[in-house]
Design a protein around this ligand. Structure first.
Ligand SMILES: *[C@@H]1O[C@H](CO)[C@@H](O)[C@H](O)[C@H]1NC(C)=O
Ligand SMILES: *[C@@H]1O[C@H](CO)[C@@H](O)[C@H](O)[C@H]1NC(C)=O
Length: 413
């Protein structure tokens, strides 16, 4: 009874405006992360990026072969390329560049069912680096320390979709000195290099916008989740998935009336998130999933169940204040934990989520918008400047080992 009463008390919601600042009624609050109040910074004038011109086979041709790459959760690599081509931070003079960008699409090799397989990515990457290091002097100057690469696949530049294999491979040796922009974020993991920029996965902005419901719609669902609890066939005997965290959600709360959880993916999925107070974001194969982006965009407080996760733009966004964090082993206490959060804390989280700058930071819209994920990436790169003198190698000095790594990676692409 007590629970029901305060759930009702929470049905008061704060909507959000898609247009930045369009709705004066939306209570906004400045959002500050560990790097300070940087979410709305404008990167223009703070860095210059040189975009290498590569043959189409590294990017456009790959996309032509499979246009589905524009819609999957790793599409940021394509949109970042397009964004940079017309960005005011782009320079055509490499001598004045702070950062070098190599447009290469490593996650656009899809199986018939649309699953990206990065098996060719290491060879492709090596081929591209060979090309830029032979045709321009800038790679050899730092061996990539002033270069960044967008590698959004599950385990980033480890280039394998299975965690054990990814760990065994490690980050591609040629990328050891580069800055990686990746979706994968887990602390103390060989596939997350110090200094990487963690980005949100891609969720199609137009599609989300098409499902917006009136801001004043009450949030009548307490906890919402749609997705698999067990393996790919949702078979409880099918092996260990999500380190058991999703199975624990199902087994503990399938009959709890506060929990609207199921494997069915309804057509009202996005609308349902806008009618919910808490949206579960448990780990899957990787610590993250597009659910995090969807929860934020739809103002549903993300309940993050993924030990050691590194969240997108974590130095610009105070995730602890916005979401709820739960250790994987604590899943059985999820109901108690959520129902004991004081209403004012929930309202504050909803208010932070209602800030349009939060939503833009999670999206890669076309055309780009101030403060969107593209701008957060650039701001992250700008905050790393100036480069330390030590990144510039002394005449002829070589650090990278071009023959390290699995022999199969050395074959020409
Ligand atoms: C960069 O160094 C490699 C050897 O490591 C060499 O083959 C290549 O020609 C150099 N690039 C330039 C532009 O001098
Ligand atoms: C480079 O890596 C290969 C393969 O692991 C190894 O045999 C070789 O000794 C390494 N070269 C140097 C200079 O470390």
């Amino acid at each position: 009874m007590r629970t029901c009463m305060w759930v009702l008390a929470l049905l008061l919601v704060f909507g959000f405006a898609w247009e930045v600042g369009a709705d004066q009624n939306v209570p906004t609050e400045r959002i500050s992360g560990s790097a300070g109040d940087v979410l709305e910074d404008d990167p223009t004038g703070r860095l210059k990026v040189y975009v290498y011109e590569l043959p189409n086979k590294y990017n456009k041709k790959i996309l032509q072969k499979d246009p589905r790459c524009l819609n999957h959760m790793f599409a940021a690599e394509i949109f970042m390329h397009r964004f940079l081509l017309s960005s005011p931070v782009r320079t055509f003079n490499p001598e004045e560049a702070d950062w070098f960008y190599t447009p290469i699409y490593t996650t656009c090799d899809l199986t018939p069912t649309g699953l990206p397989l990065p098996f060719k990515s290491p060879r492709m990457m090596r081929s591209a680096i060979q090309l830029i290091s032979t045709n321009w002097p800038y790679w050899n100057r730092t061996e990539g320390a002033d270069h960044f690469f967008v590698v959004p696949h599950d385990f980033g530049a480890c280039f394998h979709y299975q965690e054990e294999k990814a760990i065994e491979r490690g980050i591609l040796p040629l990328l050891q000195r580069a800055t990686l922009v990746q979706t994968f974020g887990q602390r103390n993991h060989v596939c997350l290099k110090e200094g990487s920029i963690t980005i949100p996965p891609y969720a199609p902005p137009q599609k989300m916008q098409a499902h917006l419901i009136p801001q004043e719609t009450p949030r009548s669902i307490f906890v919402y989740f749609r997705g698999l609890f067990y393996d790919i066939n949702n078979d409880p005997e099918g092996g260990y998935y999500a380190r058991g965290a999703r199975a624990a959600v199902w087994e503990n709360f399938k009959n709890n009336p506060l929990f609207d959880i199921s494997t069915d993916h309804p057509t009202t999925y996005y609308e349902d998130m806008q009618r919910s107070i808490f949206c579960l974001c448990p780990l899957g194969w990787a610590p993250w999933s597009p659910r995090l982006v969807e929860a934020v965009v739809f103002g549903c407080i993300p309940v993050i169940i993924a030990d050691d996760i590194v969240l997108p733009f974590a130095d610009a966004i105070p995730w602890e204040e916005i979401g709820v964090f739960l250790a994987e082993e604590n899943v059985p206490n999820l109901d108690t934990i959520l129902t004991s959060i004081p209403p004012e804390v929930i309202l504050r989280k909803q208010r932070l989520l209602a800030n349009p700058s939060m939503k833009w930071a999670m999206m890669f819209p076309q055309p780009a918008q101030p403060g969107d994920a593209f701008h957060q990436i650039l701001n992250g790169l700008a905050r790393k400047l100036p480069h330390a003198q030590s990144v510039y190698l002394k005449g002829g000095q070589k650090i990278l080992n071009w023959t390290a790594g699995p022999v199969g990676d050395l074959k020409p692409w």
